[in-house]
Write a protein that binds this ligand. Structure first.
Ligand code: XMP
Length: 515
């Protein structure tokens, strides 16, 4: 995107933290982008960044196939901050030496500042930092000035005498380095002289202009699921091109209580978008008949979704583009320098994703954004808060929360029970604190007693997890009284359930969903 703002480029040497660095820079209101470490000095010059950051990485600079970078990059005169491996590489390219540290440093260490150079200005003389390295810069040449040390690392931070190169052996981007944001702010403001005027508002304006330019007079279709990403995409496109946008919402019958109505109300009635609702409830139910294997369910749902979407999209005259909510982490994952994803590993493709054979050109206005930035845009554009802060909901919907066969009756039971769970979680003010919270219909009949009668009915499991990245998750310690209210209400209000259990498994080894 042609953005008229200052940029910092982050060269990715395979660090698991590379996305975190990008976010930390953006939090200082400086736009950042991650680029492969193979980028040339000429390509960087063309981008005219205000600064560069060399990320960490798992390699040792002395191994033969360690990732390197174009050495001319260090002669561009652009300020560089090397982090961990990035510091070692920069120091090596500038004639320093890297030795294997006698003591490997992992975890929290105390950093002692030797000189309050620009990078360390106004930081406490001693501070906690997070380390994760085996190699360290040692025996540095005269060209470098050590500016901080730890007990085992004499050169924990350096500055080059003549080139604007700074290096830190520790990780300022992780939350275990409490002064990390202050150090990055020093680098960005004092050393790179950034104004720090990147604001989400400017992004919105520039993105809308981009969409208009790309689309011209053509029409755009957008698959709306009611989730944050697709909703924000729809809103941005609608602001940019108004009636040329056509949203398609596939009601697959696997949604939560009142979900379809709420999407219609928000987007058609409130935002006045052209919303096409495809009522495909019966089709999905028919296709899912007798299917119990979770992966089969996913495949069937994915295919049916594409089929229904394609039919509706084809009926829109002049539609040439498809708007999609691809986020920056997805973009980065698909072009990691080592070939392996550096941070999160996606195990499930989103069934909302549409295949290229549909023949549309893509409009992906969120390609450069992280999830929290997408939420900020949603808020800025007046999206209802409960939509902005929605917990993720899997593409195959309630089908993977009904263990065993999906029938209209079982969907009905789960939908009602799930609504009770969410209602109580919201009333207890826990919804936003939890990564996900929902109900699962277990394929077990349990014996109970209601009045004088014995019952033989369904077991409902309640699942609530705390998580940051959904790759690992811990079961939430919900207060007993919340659990008690959920159990009471589900058993009293939902016919067909006579027992409620709480899932106390963490991921790994369990998963968040039951199927
Ligand atoms: P698991 O169950 O693997 O889930 O711990 C991790 C996250 O992925 C979501 N999930 C899915 N999302 N299609 C999706 O779009 C799927 O098939 C699917 N399966 C799981 C799950 O809700 C959680 O957020």
């Amino acid at each position: 995107m042609d953005l008229p703002h200052e940029t910092v480029l982050i060269l990715d040497f395979g660090s698991q933290y590379v996305q975190l660095i990008a976010r930390r820079v953006r939090e200082q209101h400086v736009y950042s982008e991650i680029v492969p470490h193979t980028i040339t000095a000429a390509a960087i010059r063309k981008r005219a960044p205000k600064g560069l950051i060399f990320s960490g990485g798992p390699a040792s600079v002395y191994t033969k196939d360690a990732p390197r970078c174009d050495p001319d990059i260090l002669r561009l005169g652009i300020p560089i901050l090397g982090i961990c491996y990035g510091m070692q590489l920069g120091a090596t390219l500038l004639g320093g030496q890297v030795k294997s540290a006698p003591a490997r440093e992992f975890g929290r260490t105390t950093l002692h500042i030797l000189r309050h150079e620009k990078l360390l200005a106004d930081l406490p003389g001693e501070m906690t930092v997070w380390n994760s390295h085996g190699d360290q810069v040692d025996g540095i040449s005269e060209d470098f000035i050590p500016i901080a040390r730890t007990a085992t690392c004499p050169v924990a931070a350096v500055k080059h005498r003549t080139t604007p190169f700074y290096g830190v052996q520790f990780h300022p981007e992780v939350s275990h380095t409490p002064q990390g944001p202050a150090l990055l702010a020093n680098f960005l403001t004092t050393i790179c002289q950034c104004r720090g005027d990147w604001r989400i508002r400017a992004f919105i304006d520039a993105t809308e202009a981009d969409i208009r330019k790309k689309v011209g007079r053509a029409h755009v279709v957008c698959g709306l699921s009611g989730g944050v990403d697709s909703s924000v995409v729809a809103m941005l496109c609608h602001r940019a091109i108004g009636k040329q946008l056509h949203c398609i919402f596939v009601d697959n019958g696997l949604l939560r209580l009142n979900e379809a109505q709420s999407v219609e109300k928000t987007f058609r009635d409130h935002f006045k978008m052209d919303l096409i609702v495809a009522d495909a409830r019966q089709l999905f139910l028919d296709r899912l008949r007798d299917v119990v294997d979770p992966e089969k369910k996913r495949k069937i749902i994915g295919h049916a979704f594409v089929e229904v979407f394609r039919e509706k999209a084809r009926a829109i005259p002049g539609a040439r583009f498809l708007a999609q909510g691809t986020l920056y982490p997805d973009v980065i994952e698909s072009r990691s320098p080592t070939g392996a994803p550096s941070a999160t590993i996606k195990t499930h493709h989103n069934v909302g994703g549409l295949p290229a054979e549909l023949g549309f050109d893509l409009v992906e206005p969120l390609r450069e954004l992280f999830k929290d930035e997408v939420r900020q845009i949603g808020l800025e554009l007046g999206m209802p808060e409960d939509m902005v802060w929605r917990q993720p909901f899997p593409g195959p919907g309630l089908a993977v929360r009904i263990c065993g066969e999906v029938t209209a009756q079982r969907l009905d039971i789960l939908r009602k029970a799930d609504a009770v769970v969410l209602d109580e979680i919201r009333k207890a003010d826990l919804y936003r604190k939890l990564g996900q919270s929902f109900a699962v219909l277990v394929p077990v009949k349990s014996v109970g007693v209601m009045g004088d009668e014995r019952t033989h009915e369904n077991v409902l499991a309640v699942r609530a997890v705390e998580t940051v990245d959904y790759m690992t998750a811990d079961w939430a310690r919900l207060p007993y009284d919340v659990l008690a209210r959920i159990s009471n209400r589900v058993i009293n209000e939902v016919r067909g359930v006579n027992r409620v259990v709480y899932d106390i498994s963490s991921k790994p080894p369990s998963t968040i969903e039951w199927e």
